[in-house]
Write a protein that binds this ligand. Sequence first.
Ligand code: SF4
Length: 203
Amino acid sequence: MFSKGNMFLADMDEMVKRAREILKKGPLPSMVDWATAFSLWPVHLMTSCCGCEIGAAWGPRFDNERYGSLPWVSPRQTNLIIVEGTVTRKMGCSVRITWEQMPYPKFAIAMGVCALDGGLFYNSYNIIRPWQVIPIDIYIPGCPPRPEAVARSIVELQRKIREEGVASGWLADGERQDLKNIIPKEDLCSWRGEDVDLSTRYS
Ligand code: SF4
């Protein structure tokens, strides 16, 4: 026989299942996509010098907030991560852990030519590409990209969310469907040693 607490959890599972079914039909998916597109809260992960331009992009002159995006400080309350520049092998582990802490539906922008193909460090032994670490939705070229290019990436991501319905789709499925190319976390974080707990805290 269920205790009261277990019955509540059993009901919750059923409620989540039914909510996901509802999310796949009717006008709700487009409403979810519309609301998500204009509620992007980017957390910026300053892996390199590109991060300087983020301050300008959301500052008073270029004011990216007018597009419906508000920079936030904690990955646990955000739905967009901006990886700013070079990702070294050691930073790859931190990028993955940060991304895993974000709730669905979540998106990623890779900023700067270093994040595209390595840029200045193209052949360096200790560089990996962001798309090997997390699934990337939008790339911003440039060294560094100008604030207008950052604004363009936000608008492009909004267009992608609304036209392709990705937010409601991932919410209904519980995860993204494009995770096949990324490196397993154990390999990314192997330099930290076998005894380190790699579970995402508070998840
Ligand atoms: S693209 Fe240019 S500004 Fe951005 S991280 Fe690379 S070297 Fe720095």
